[in-house]
Write a protein that binds this ligand. Structure first.
Ligand code: CA
Length: 126
């Protein structure tokens, strides 16, 4: 189950255009909805996946991913992406990429990545 979710997350990352197309924006003209209703969007999908998978990678359950926890997750995502794309990276390249991803995702430089930071990072928010 985790593997399937990881794969869909990798696809969200590697195929942002497709993810955006997948969400059909609902216009309020035909279906007026309450302002508090949560719209379906790629960002929400990422948030939902992160919510589901976060505990599996937050090994010490402190609601923060330290570098090793984060790297394990990113390496898993990269592995799925490589299977999907057929492109492979050397282990050292994956490590270097995960290091860079951690530095980018850790927006407040706390040397750990919170769930919100991870969602923002995976959503492409800078
Ligand atoms: Ca943790």
């Amino acid at each position: 189950m985790i593997r399937v979710l990881t794969l869909s997350m990798a696809m969200l990352i590697s195929l942002p255009a497709a993810a955006q197309q997948a969400s059909s924006p609902q216009t309020d003209a035909t279906a007026p909805s309450a302002p508090s209703a949560t719209p379906a969007s790629p960002a929400d999908s990422i948030a939902s996946i992160v919510d589901t998978e976060f505990p599996a990678y937050d090994a010490n359950s402190d609601n923060q991913l330290d570098k090793s926890e984060f790297s394990r997750w990113m390496v898993a995502l990269k592995g799925q992406e490589m299977k999907t794309t057929g492109k492979t990276l050397a282990p050292a390249e994956i490590t270097a990429w995960a290091d860079g991803a951690f530095a980018t995702a850790d927006a407040d430089k706390s040397t750990s990545v919170s769930k919100a930071e991870l969602i923002s990072y995976l959503s492409g928010g800078a």
